[in-house]
Design a protein around this ligand. Structure first.
Ligand SMILES: Cc1ncc(COP(=O)(O)O)c(C=O)c1O
Length: 388
């Protein structure tokens, strides 16, 4: 008896999570591993956020809440989007979920069906194509290059469009590229989307982590067309080091938000009640921990980029956002999986092969780890590359 649906059979497990757990298992066995695989900040959740959640538990705030989140949190998100992102929405347009990952899936399930195509600039966050497949749609990757700093150009977007195109996914700052789209670049992409009435899923989870003179621009703030077409996803995992809390949200056009509200009410119901209180403290409270984390991450980024750019045959475009460096390893004549496997087994350094992100020419290094690990790991990485 074949129990699985075609849908379940086509899914592949998250390679980033599996590589991270392999490196963690080797570490637990006493291995001397330098892990550059992490997709989460290595900082603790700020104290005032933890205190708010603990106070909520103490006060017995441990029951079901409205499935789209408590009104105070939705209002805090509305205020944040208006003040920081230039996005004006009503609370009914905001749905709080168990992480930005669920928000992305909710948005896709509500709008994508059999035969619909979704344009995804590659290298991409590996869950996007799988989510599109879960919904019965077809992911359409658009390969970007270093020449455009791993960003999709309006021409590439336009060329990938067919009569079945229903959505484009924009992730700025991007995982795994660290690329940050400028306002002008977004304006050009919005113009292409608006011409054919294409929905835009804008994943802005790394918005707080931008460096040098890069600015984060929210797609929905670009103009009236963008506001009409964009579903903005964001969350607490990366900015507030709350990956394990599972809290994210989206802001969507009213009819889309309404559909997502129903969808979520039958799937997970509300995100954890007291975690939502932590979310309010994160948005309304002291933002200094975010600035401190960004400053520390920036020092590591500068160090890592400089070291990698000095390795012969390795090509590295300076990333201006998130906490990843994407290195082009194509001159070494190995597939990304082969490169990553050898690197781990020979010198104990864990990176994520680019094939996971739809690009076999690259590997991703995360600098969300201590400077001592970064220095040691890069010494080994350099030695490994020089011996290839
Ligand atoms: C681009 C991107 N979007 C969304 C997420 C998911 O975030 P969350 O922990 O809020 O589900 C991640 C996590 O790695 C990510 O890299």
């Amino acid at each position: 008896m074949d129990f699985l649906t075609d849908r379940a059979k086509t899914l592949t497990p998250s390679l980033t999570l599996s590589i991270d757990s392999r490196a963690k298992a080797l570490l637990a066995e006493g291995g001397d591993i330098c892990g550059f695989g992490a997709g989460e900040p290595d900082f603790d959740t700020p104290e005032h956020i933890k205190a708010a959640a603990m106070a909520a538990i103490e006060a017995g705030f441990t029951k079901y809440t409205p499935s789209s989140g408590i009104p105070e949190l939705r209002q805090a998100i509305v205020d944040k989007l208006a003040a920081e992102n230039g996005i004006q929405v009503e609370t009914a347009q905001v749905i709080v979920s168990n992480g930005a990952k669920q928000s992305c899936l909710n948005a896709i399930l509500a709008t994508i069906g059999e035969g619909d195509e979704v344009i995804i600039p590659a290298p991409y966050w590996l869950s996007y194509p799988e989510m599109v497949r879960i919904a019965g749609g077809t992911p359409v990757p658009v390969n970007t290059t270093e020449e455009s700093n791993w960003k999709m150009t309006p021409e590439q977007f336009s060329d990938a469009m067919t009569p079945r195109t229903k959505m484009v996914i924009i992730n700025t700052p991007g995982n795994p590229t660290g690329s940050v789209y400028s306002k002008e670049e977004l304006e050009a992409l919005v113009a292409v989307a608006a011409e054919e009435d294409i929905l835009i899923l804008s994943d802005e989870i790394y918005e707080k982590l931008v460096y040098n003179d890069a600015n984060h621009v929210s797609v929905a703030s670009i103009n009236e067309e963008a506001r009409r077409l964009t579903i903005t996803v964001n969350g607490f995992s990366k900015a507030y080091s709350m990956t394990g809390w599972r809290l994210g949200y989206l802001a969507a056009p009213t009819e889309v938000a309404k559909a997502i509200d129903s969808l979520q009410s039958h799937m997970t119901s509300n995100p954890c009640s007291f975690v939502q209180k932590g979310g309010i403290a994160a948005l309304r409270g002291d933002q200094q921990p975010v600035a401190d984390m960004r400053e520390e991450l920036n020092l590591r980024r500068q160090y890592m980029v400089k070291r990698l750019q000095n390795i012969p045959r390795l090509r590295v475009v300076e990333p201006l956002g998130a906490f990843y460096v994407l290195a082009n390893i194509s001159q070494f004549g190995l597939s990304s999986t082969n490169f990553a496997d050898k690197l781990l087994s020979k010198v104990g350094v864990a990176v994520v092969p680019g094939i996971a992100f739809g690009d076999d020419r690259t590997v991703r290094l995360s600098y969300a780890t201590g400077m001592d690990v970064i220095k040691k790991g890069l010494d080994r990485f350099e030695e490994f590359c020089c011996q290839l």
